[in-house]
Ligand binder design. Sequence first.
Ligand code: SAM
Length: 233
Amino acid sequence: MPNNENITNEEKSKNIQSMFDNIADKYDFLNGVLSFAMDDKWRKKAIQLAEINDNHKVLDLACGTGDMIIEIKKQHPLCHVFGGDFSINMLHHCREKIPACPLSAADAHNLPFKDNSFDRLTIAFGFRNVTNKLKGLSEFRRVIKPGGKVCILELTKPENSFTGFFYKLYFMYILPVIGGIFSSKKAYKYLPESVYHFPKRKEYRQLIEDAGFKNITFKSLVFGAVTIAVMEK
Ligand SMILES: C[S@@+](CC[C@H](N)C(=O)[O-])C[C@H]1O[C@@H](n2cnc3c(N)ncnc32)[C@H](O)[C@@H]1O
């Protein structure tokens, strides 16, 4: 990822898209290693907090290789889940893992779905990559039904300075090295940067409110290294 402050949000988004296209082959393996295999637990928790039921029509956005979709179907075998992502290579792996799931090429900034289409929208570890977050949130709100919910599972920076120190050590120094050995050094240097630039809780809540959501709740996991935000239209 070029570290150029002057590039536009659209250019940043294109760079992120090609970065995910490039790491798609290694994504599943590295995701498990770098999260100490805790990522599935976090997805499970997010699905519970989203209060999905078997009658729901759910969009899993930034679905990547499909792990969130697999978990939703495990917990709610009858609900209708759709996957969307802007990386064609990630979607390709998702298609191999879950052949029956309807998948679409979809950019969070401009979703190819009609207004009020879904009961729930989930996005796991994808929102920090959405370069215009207010636009993304407004699109999420547009495509869900009134009373529907959006659930955002994301890596966040612990706001406590003691925990933050160890977090920084891992994210800034250890993770890029492990990521670089097995995959792309650039991509795993980008990961901590994207978490560091993610809005703090107060600003995050404000963005969600500005997009028009109500009943906003946050659940912190692992001392704030992971946050699940749930909001209602
Ligand atoms: C870290 S992966 C997470 C994949 C999956 N949700 C999971 O839980 O493993 C992030 C995904 O977000 C997708 N993504 C990033 N920005 C996006 C955007 N603006 N619109 C759609 N997908 C996006 C990437 O292509 C990638 O597949």
